[in-house]
Ligand binder design. Sequence first.
Ligand code: FE2
Ligand code: FE2
Length: 233
Amino acid sequence: MDPRLKRIIDKIKNKNIREEVAEIVENPQIEISGLIYSGLPLETSPASLTRHHSYPGGFIEHIVSTSEIALTLCDVVKKVYSGEVNRDIVLAGVMLHDIFKPLTYEVENESYSTSRLGEYIDHLTLITTELIRRGFHLDLVHIVCAHHGSQVGLMWPKTVEALICHLADQTDSQLNNKVFRAAKYLSRRVTGEELIISKSKEAFEIVHSKAVEGWRGVSKALEEIKRRRQSGL
Ligand SMILES: [Fe+2]
Ligand SMILES: [Fe+2]
């Protein structure tokens, strides 16, 4: 298992939940009428095809970032609002909410598209049914089921834990999406062409350079990125 994902799972204190979550993450696949579906490796999968983290490795970045945001929200609930929150369920929910997304993608000549499974069943339905099949607790099934909220998803979160996962998921998706869109816009304005950005570090670097040194900064950042790419860094 990728060490970044293992570090998140290791934070789950309840042994049963920790082991059950690890089992799915180690082997993310689903059986439907006798056929086993497994998707892109978690390490190389994007987290969406167009909206956010849509580059190789984006899936794990999304999970790591979402878990950090969710844990911060757990702290706020406890320290500021004196509320109760089950961190184990939050961590398990974050870990599993998109775990079958890589099953809904395929890649050919470095270009991602929706797999046949993904065209027929969405990732929420896939993981929700698998968790029910494996006998997971209703609280955790609900987190996964409600993580898109009711605007683009099936239902609104009904527990604090589900709300935290939903907000953390949404926050990270938007953070990534908006910074990448801004970086692409800035590079297009400077060079006249769309820069293909496949590293979040580069996107943040371009946006930061505009804030610090204006358009000159963007040009310098783009030159530096080009230089690094040419030397294979
Ligand atoms: Fe999702
Ligand atoms: Fe997500």
